[in-house]
Design a binder for this molecule. Structure first.
Ligand code: SF4
Ligand code: SF4
Length: 320
């Protein structure tokens, strides 16, 4: 049962008017019990989605702010991949995995994991012919993130998305120089594959009630990037850190979310029962604040130094 006392934020008419007839929750497959690939709902070209006017509003509001203008137009966004070397090098999957992870950690990634691509992560209309995804995590400066919804927070988010993009493109180039195809993708624009399920499979942590991943080192204070590749790799295992048990009795994010978009109960989404944030409640506030982020900032696991202690405590408690 919710313990929320704060009033629920309501979207101003000019924001509400941007939304199409079809609910974002319907695009996302809320209530569907049969698995299917995801559909782009945002974070792609406005002309290819029902929520294009909302996406355009977010893009325009970035360009209108002096500290955010051009945030995603830096050199990392324009960098083209190097050609794939015609001289393919060979090694074992275990050695490639070690080398790829080592390269990623030496080139701006803070943590890294590997998963085999599941077709259910590939967006409808996208095509992926590469079997593996190397998922990269870049930690955020939590003090800046915690200023959400002030503009300092999206400034930090953009900084980290750009770092993730550089890390992904550098790793893709490294793999291409070994003679294997690889594509680097960095946010906030969506690539061909959903990164959250890939990161969960790659051992990044557990899905929190706020719809983001909780990691055993960084909580939810990080961003994702990914590299799709044909290089033979060894996938990681999912990581159980006890966050599921913690979320069951925590309401910090549900109470802090201004439009009350975070549900206390799991819901069916495209064939899986999981935590789900109400897109149609979240997005108007998100669009009004250059990306909000309050829920991941207030999550107790995100406070620097806290996640390792919480994971240890939760797993110890379960073992009793
Ligand atoms: S991003 Fe903001 S509006 Fe959206 S769920 Fe999190 S706290 Fe709520
Ligand atoms: S704030 Fe609490 S309920 Fe929300 S994701 Fe974090 S631990 Fe889970």
């Amino acid at each position: 049962m919710s313990t929320r006392k704060a009033p629920v934020w309501q979207p101003p008419p000019e924001i509400a008017a941007l939304f199409p007839e079809i609910a974002g929750n319907a695009v996302n497959g809320l209530g569907e019990r049969t698995p299917r690939p995801p559909r782009y709902v945002m974070w792609t070209r406005p002309d290819r989605i029902a929520h294009g006017r909302v996406q355009q509003y977010v893009n325009d509001s970035y360009e209108a702010h002096p500290r955010l203008k051009g945030s995603f137009a830096g050199p990392e966004r324009r960098a083209k991949p190097v050609p794939i070397s015609p001289h393919r090098r060979t090694d074992t999957p275990a050695n490639w995995t070690r080398r790829v992870k080592g390269f990623a950690l030496a080139h701006e990634a803070d943590f890294v994991g590997v998963a085999r691509v599941d077709p259910l992560w590939v967006f409808e209309g996208a095509s992926v012919h590469l079997s593996f995804i190397v998922v990269l995590g870049v930690a955020m400066d939590h003090a800046e993130l915690a200023k959400a919804p002030a503009v300092d927070s999206p400034v930090e988010v953009a900084r980290q998305y750009n770092r993730g993009t550089r890390a992904a493109k550098a790793l893709a180039n490294f793999i291409r120089e070994q003679g294997y195809d690889a594509e680097g993708h960095g946010g906030p624009g969506a690539g061909p594959v959903q990164l959250i399920p890939a990161a969960l499979a790659a051992g990044f942590g557990e899905l929190g009630k706020h719809g983001s991943i909780i990691n055993r080192e960084h909580g939810s204070s990080f961003r994702l990037a990914g590299v799709l590749t044909e290089l033979p790799l060894v996938p990681d295992a999912a990581d159980d850190i006890g966050a599921e048990d913690f979320c069951a009795s925590c309401q910090v994010c549900t109470n802090a979310c201004p439009p009350a978009a975070i549900s206390d109960v799991k819901q069916w989404v495209r064939g899986a029962e999981k935590w789900y944030v109400d897109f149609d409640k979240c997005m108007p506030y998100f669009a009004s604040t250059w990306g909000c982020g309050i829920c991941i900032a207030v999550c107790p696991w995100s406070k620097p130094g806290t996640a390792p202690r919480l994971a240890e405590k939760m797993l110890r408690r379960r073992g009793r």
